[in-house]
Design a protein around this ligand. Structure first.
Ligand code: SF4
Length: 515
């Protein structure tokens, strides 16, 4: 082991998962999957290693019958057409043709078998993609500006920084055993399009006059996260130069690794340490580790766009455009992925970009080619002009595949959005997020209307139901949504939301928005 952790000195304060990690590093399971489990099959996998599968980016899916889900890191959401084709081929050959876009810009498969994993790892590696550490107690997919490099609203192109940070952490055994998952975001976009406040560590654009010169760099937030106890990240009084992002991130990750809580797993995220220390103490410790940092400059974040780009937009490069496509509840398939790869290569800049709102962007389309691209058959379903509610509905995986889910979410979310589009005309788009349990992968807390799955007792027995919360927003006035009283049966959700939105429509005052 390259790094001897200081918390090992007091093993009486460790939860049982810590012993699993100490006994064998999570990353070591990748070799065991390739050499052993893929040969001997599902029944040969002991429980401890099943827990370590996350470090390979793989979880057991529901029902527990030998199938797995896998996440692929798409850092800052940008992939090449060749990578998209490789992803499509894996989905077709092993994943029953399902490809999900997650709320962290990753790609997710289902229905994989352990025997398939070595070939999938190889196919990914051949195109420079990895599932490794897309899950587990380690630095995960680095989210960021999906428009990096083409964005009129970016202060700085963050692609090289994300690349540098990703290259440092990926498979780095000094940081492969953190107290819990660890999520980073880096964006240069002034509309907070990487949801800074819900990340463990986030960089957002800022400027500061240093030695008489205006320097473009970042402000930083630490300790954000959702789940049952959601925390908005706290801003530190520092300004970070672009060349210092990696160094500063190492400082923050080191603090989390060495001082983060390992006693109770549900209190192990960085947010609990930040809440206890406060931003000043956290800053002092960071400076102790990485050296002095300038104090804050001027933030350049001017708002929050919910990370929605449906439609056609001009890029910062004259004569070029990007097209934002709706992926209904984040679910697509191999055929669509291949068609998108064809469009990206034939008409665009060869990239396909995923957003944290579970959608996709095609980039680099010249003005004279726009009409042709907009006529492409794949854009009938993955539409740049999706109906308002469908275009703003996000859903986690739910009990179709997720072992932690209390209820079904994805198909229900799609049906609810369809119903609202059929029954409600509104001059405003309302963001609706569904989650199947308190873990909040569908980021319910930041939605205009957030729905969290639960069960309710009826004369016919326990049935799916949802708790509803309203008014979530990020950006300068960030706040999580507020729970409404009561619980709504799953079958009644569409009708209740229609009543709620109609009530708003009939009673809103001039200039009032849903938020
Ligand atoms: Fe599963 Fe819960 Fe995450 Fe939904 S929010 S994918 S149900 S863990």
């Amino acid at each position: 082991m390259a790094y001897e952790p200081i918390w090992m000195n007091d093993s009486s304060k460790l939860n049982k998962f810590e012993f699993i990690k100490m006994e064998k590093d999570g990353l070591d399971v990748i070799r065991t999957i390739i050499d052993e489990y893929s040969q001997k099959g599902y029944d040969s996998i002991p429980e401890d290693d099943m827990n370590r599968f996350k470090w390979a980016g793989v979880y057991e899916q529901k029902p527990r019958e030998g199938y797995f889900m896998m996440r692929i890191r798409i850092n800052t959401g940008i992939m090449t057409a060749a990578q998209a084709r490789a992803l499509a081929s894996i989905g077709r050959d092993y994943g029953r043709n399902l490809i999900d876009v997650t709320t962290r810009q990753a790609i997710q498969y289902h229905w994989l078998k352990v025997e398939d994993l070595p070939d999938i790892f190889n196919r990914l590696e051949e195109v420079g993609l990895y599932s490794y550490e897309a899950c587990g107690d380690c630095p995960r997919t680095i989210v960021g500006n999906p428009l990096a490099g083409i964005d009129k609203d970016e202060l700085i192109d963050t692609r090289a920084i994300v690349e540098e940070v990703n290259a440092f952490y990926l498979m780095n055994r000094d940081f492969s055993n953190l107290p819990r998952k660890y999520k980073m975001s880096i964006t240069g976009n002034v509309y907070n399009n990487a949801n800074a406040e819900i990340n463990d560590l986030a960089f957002i654009p800022a400027v500061k006059a240093i030695d008489g010169e205006e320097v473009i760099g970042f402000h930083m937030f630490v300790g954000g996260g959702l789940s049952a106890k959601p925390h908005l990240a706290k801003e530190l009084d520092v300004f970070v130069r672009p060349e210092d992002v990696l160094r500063v991130s190492i400082g923050v990750t080191t603090i989390f690794r060495d001082y983060g809580y390992r006693e109770k797993r549900h209190q192990a995220r960085l947010k609990f340490l930040v809440a206890d220390w406060g931003p000043e103490k956290f800053r002092d410790k960071l400076v102790e580790l990485v050296g002095d940092l300038p104090t804050k400059g001027e933030s350049k974040t001017v708002g929050w766009n919910g990370i929605y780009y449906d439609g056609v937009y001009e890029q910062k490069q004259e004569g070029l455009h990007f097209i934002g496509l709706n992926v209904p509840v984040g679910r697509t398939n191999s055929e669509e992925f291949e068609q998108l790869a064809d469009l990206a290569e034939r008409y665009g800049d060869g990239t396909i970009r995923t957003t944290m709102s579970q959608n996709i962007i095609l980039a680099g389309i010249p003005t004279e080619k726009l009409d042709e691209v907009l006529q492409a058959p794949v854009l009938e379903r993955l539409s740049p002009k999706a109906k308002p509610f469908m275009s703003r509905t996000v859903s986690c995986t739910g009990n179709e595949f997720c072992n932690l889910a209390v209820v079904e979410t994805k198909e229900r979310a799609r049906r609810v959005a369809e119903y609202l589009d059929e029954h409600i005309q509104l001059d405003e788009k309302i963001r609706i997020h569904f989650i199947g349990c308190p873990n909040a992968c569908g980021q319910k807390h930041i939605a205009d209307i957030g729905l969290q799955g639960a069960l309710v007792k009826t004369p016919e027995g326990m049935v799916d139901a949802f708790d509803i919360a309203v008014g979530g927003v990020l950006g300068p006035d960030a706040q999580f949504n507020t729970a409404l009283k009561g619980r709504v049966k799953g079958d009644d959700v569409a009708g209740v939301l229609a009543q709620l939105i109609n009530f708003y429509k009939e009673n809103r005052e001039n200039g009032e928005t849903f938020h």
